[in-house]
Design a protein. Structure first.
Length: 187
C-alpha cells in the first residue's frame, strides 16, 4: 500500500498495489500491519458499511461525537464520488476547513478519515457503491449532521443546485452551532 498525506493533517489517500493479468486483477483493500506501521498506532476497524446511491445523491456531512467518534476508511466499489471532509477537531489549526477528493472504482484508492472529521459524499456517476470501514460502532444518539452547504466549510460540491438529500441532511447544523454538540476530545 502507498500512503499519501493530504493537506489537512491526518487525512490519507491510500493506494493499493494492484496485480493485473489477462484474468483480471487482485489487490489487498486493507492490511492491518501496513496501516499500523505507517500510522505508528494500531487502528482497529469494527464495522463495515456499504451504500448504493444514484447520481446527484449527497450523503452527509456526518460524524459521531465522543465517546463514539469513528475513523473511517472509504472506498468506492463501483462508480465515482466527490468525497468531502471537514476538520472538527477542537484546537486543530485547520478546524472548520474542508478537503475533497474524487474516489472511483477504477483507481482502487481509499480515503482514510481520522476521528474528528465530518464526512460526506456526492455521487457524480450514474450510480455509486461506497464501502467503508469504521473504528467504532454506529451510535444514533451521538450522530451529528453538519449542513452540507455551510459556507464556512466551503465545499465546492459538483452539483449544489438541487442535490438529492435525506430529511436529516436537509436540516444539518451550521459550524457555528457545533461547540455545544462536541462533547469531549476526538482521541
Amino acid at each position: 500500500m502507498f500512503f499519501k498525506k493530504l493537506s489537512i493533517e491526518g487525512l490519507l489517500l491510500v493506494t493499493p498495489r494492484v496485480f493485473e493479468d489477462e484474468r483480471g486483477y487482485f489487490f489487498e483493500s486493507f492490511n492491518q500491519n501496513e496501516f499500523t506501521d505507517y500510522l505508528g498506532e494500531k487502528i482497529t476497524f469494527v464495522q463495515d458499511n456499504q451504500s448504493k446511491s444514484n447520481k446527484n445523491t449527497l450523503r452527509g456531512l456526518h460524524f459521531q461525537s465522543p465517546p463514539f467518534a469513528q475513523a473511517k476508511l472509504v472506498r468506492v466499489v463501483s462508480g465515482e464520488i466527490y468525497d468531502a471532509v471537514v476538520d472538527l477537531r477542537p484546537g486543530s489549526k485547520t478546524f472548520g476547513q474542508s478537503l475533497a477528493v474524487k474516489l472511483n472504482s477504477e483507481s482502487f484508492q481509499a480515503l482514510y478519515v481520522p476521528k474528528g472529521f465530518a464526512h460526506g459524499f456526492q455521487v457524480v456517476s450514474k450510480s455509486a457503491t461506497v464501502f467503508y470501514k469504521t473504528t467504532n460502532f454506529y451510535n444514533a444518539k451521538s450522530e451529528v449532521t453538519i449542513a452540507w452547504d455551510d459556507q464556512k466549510a466551503n465545499i465546492n460540491w459538483p452539483n449544489s443546485i438541487n442535490p438529492s438529500l435525506s430529511e436529516k441532511d436537509k436540516v444539518g447544523l451550521r459550524l457555528d452551532d457545533l461547540p455545544n454538540k462536541i462533547q469531549g476530545e476526538f482521541k
